[in-house]
Design a binder for this molecule. Structure first.
Ligand SMILES: Cc1ncc(C[n+]2csc(CCOP(=O)(O)OP(=O)(O)O)c2C)c(N)n1
Ligand SMILES: [Mg+2]
Length: 338
């Protein structure tokens, strides 16, 4: 790991409480997602972020929310939750309902909220990485100083189109940060089986892109690295490649029942001791910033909050059949500035 755990703490007690609450809410929200998937109440495919919450929360508090651009692959529930999208509309989308962000036509893998500048939610592995370069090109062209965060997986970092994106980002000095979330697994396989060099950040080297490996489990460390890198990219208007070390607690998706084929139970249990939520709780406890009673109350509140979100989303009707034909083509001229 690049740096020791000692970090400069800029967070107030209220900030830390917010981050803790968001991590709890992501987990509670996604626990409901897994449940409804098993009940047949969410169609398509569904992938949770459980175990990776410190990465989403930390990085999204290092940017200017609603101004900077954010996009990711299909493991996409956490980012809009942190950016302040309506959780009921997110859950409704996951359940294929009319009030969802994509009118129930996108599902779990295609969440999208333009107002928050959350640009999805993409199902084709690596396929969104040139769009990340495009968003960064757009803001640079318009003379804005937005930074684009483009999350992708360790598996996606092998896709040819990702290398093309790195080339263009370097060639045109685009303010895009490619964040490889190295959670050690792709689909039905593990890092050592799919990557010729498992230090994925080195993929920036041939393009002259600044690159480094950072921790993704310790929220305070994540915040410190993220702020430094976001500030650099905004100021220098150059791309950056970050490899974030995570661990995927669950299978690939809600329907992955075979994860013991590529990892052992022992390895899983050992890694779960690194739980980012438990780690933040330890810190809050040891620093006398929060009592156990308060943490328990917040855990309960997050569970109740998620139950309420699900109950509300479930009230939304399914879209009518005609919806299939809507929003396929447009007569509108694209607006400059989007
Ligand atoms: C182009 C393409 N090939 C294959 C797939 C099937 N697929 C879906 S997810 C995945 C693995 C991606 O793993 P990683 O990038 O590490 O992301 P993670 O699921 O760990 O977040 C694969 C091969 C796909 N969606 N798109
Ligand atoms: Mg992965």
């Amino acid at each position: 790991m690049a740096k020791p755990a000692q970090v400069e703490l800029k967070e107030s007690a209220a900030d830390l409480e917010l981050y803790y609450r968001q991590m709890l809410e992501i987990r509670a929200f996604e626990t409901r997602c897994n449940q409804i998937y098993r009940q047949g109440k969410a169609g398509g495919y569904l992938h949770v972020y459980i175990g990776m919450e410190a990465t989403g929360v930390g990085w999204l508090h290092a940017i200017k929310q609603g101004y900077d651009n954010v996009m990711t692959a299909y493991r996409d529930h956490a980012q809009p939750l942190v950016l302040g999208s309506d959780p009921v509309r997110l859950m409704a989308e996951i359940m294929g309902r009319k009030d969802g962000y994509s009118k129930g036509k996108g599902g779990s893998m295609h969440l999208y909220d333009f107002e928050k500048r959350f640009y999805g939610g993409w199902g084709i592995v690596g396929g969104h990485t040139p769009l990340g370069a495009g968003l960064a090109f757009g803001s640079k062209y318009l003379g804005e100083d937005r930074v684009t965060l483009c999350f992708l997986g360790d598996g996606a970092s092998n896709a040819g189109v990702f290398f093309e994106s790195l080339n263009m980002a370097a060639l045109w000095d685009l303010p895009v940060i490619y964040l490889i979330e190295n959670n050690e697994f792709a689909m039905g396989t593990r890092l050592e089986y799919h990557a010729s060099d498992t230090e994925l950040h080195k993929r920036g080297f041939p393009f002259g892109i600044k690159h480094e490996r950072v921790d993704g489990m310790d929220l305070l460390q994540v915040l410190s690295d993220a702020r430094r890198i976001v500030d650099y990219v905004r100021k220098e208007q150059k791309p950056y490649l970050v490899e974030i070390m995570n661990y995927r607690f669950s299978g690939h998706g809600a329907a992955d029942n075979d994860r013991q084929l590529y990892r052992t139970k022992e390895e899983e249990q050992e890694n779960m001791l690194r739980d980012p939520i438990k780690r933040l709780e330890d810190y809050l406890r040891k620093s006398n910033l929060m009592t156990d009673e308060k943490m328990e109350a917040m855990q309960l509140a997050a569970e109740e909050w998620a139950d309420g979100v699900l109950e509300e989303a479930d009230k939304s009707p399914f879209p009518d059949d005609e919806e299939v034909y809507r929003d396929v083509y447009t007569d509108m001229e694209p607006e400059v500035g989007h």
